[in-house]
Design a protein around this ligand. Structure first.
Ligand code: PNS
Length: 158
């Protein structure tokens, strides 16, 4: 089965990588859909995010990475996908996922599978990593090497 793992991935963290690695154990093909969350401030520009996640997942044959404009359900329909995979770190996350899942089911008949974050890295979020990175802190423990190197080199808004 081919599934979509959507997110804003700004930046892509080791939490995202963990969910992705587990998704490829469960499904034949995973398309990482890099979208824009209108409620969040950008750290890394969309094209650069797609490029960097492509580099992080270069060794994963079942994974492809694409930019997503517009609705997730339209992105899925265009690729013949009916299932999306998301991660949740907490009850609060799960509640937000419930709402998003219901919306995507009603908008386009897309089913959502939520994988619980692995216990040891459940505290990592893109928002926290973003705030550390924007304040000039070291985020290398929370993101794959490719991403922390790019952030050090100043790809912000690239
Ligand atoms: O990593 P995020 O910020 O939780 O990802 C949210 C994202 C990008 C998956 C969501 O905002 C999305 O699907 N955006 C595309 C527009 C859309 O379909 N919105 C309705 C479903 S929430």
């Amino acid at each position: 089965m081919k599934v979509v793992m959507p997110g804003s991935f700004d930046p892509f963290t080791i939490g995202h990588l963990d969910i992705l690695e587990r998704a490829v154990q469960l499904f034949d093909q995973v398309i990482v859909a890099v979208g824009t969350n209108s409620g969040k401030r950008n750290l890394i520009g969309m094209e650069r995010r797609v490029e960097l996640i492509g580099q992080v997942t270069a060794g994963m044959a079942q994974v492809s990475v694409e930019a997503m404009d517009g609705l997730l359900v339209d992105f899925c329909r265009a690729r013949g996908v009916t299932v999306v995979v998301r991660g949740a770190r907490s009850g609060a996350d799960f509640e937000a996922e419930m709402a998003m899942a219901a919306l995507n089911a009603s908008l386009g008949g897309v089913e959502t599978i939520v994988l619980p974050a692995s216990a040891t890295i459940g505290y990592i979020s893109s928002s926290l990593v973003r705030s550390v990175a924007l304040a000039g802190g070291d985020v290398s423990a929370y993101v794959p090497n490719t991403i922390s190197q790019a952030l050090r080199e100043g790809v912000v808004h690239g």
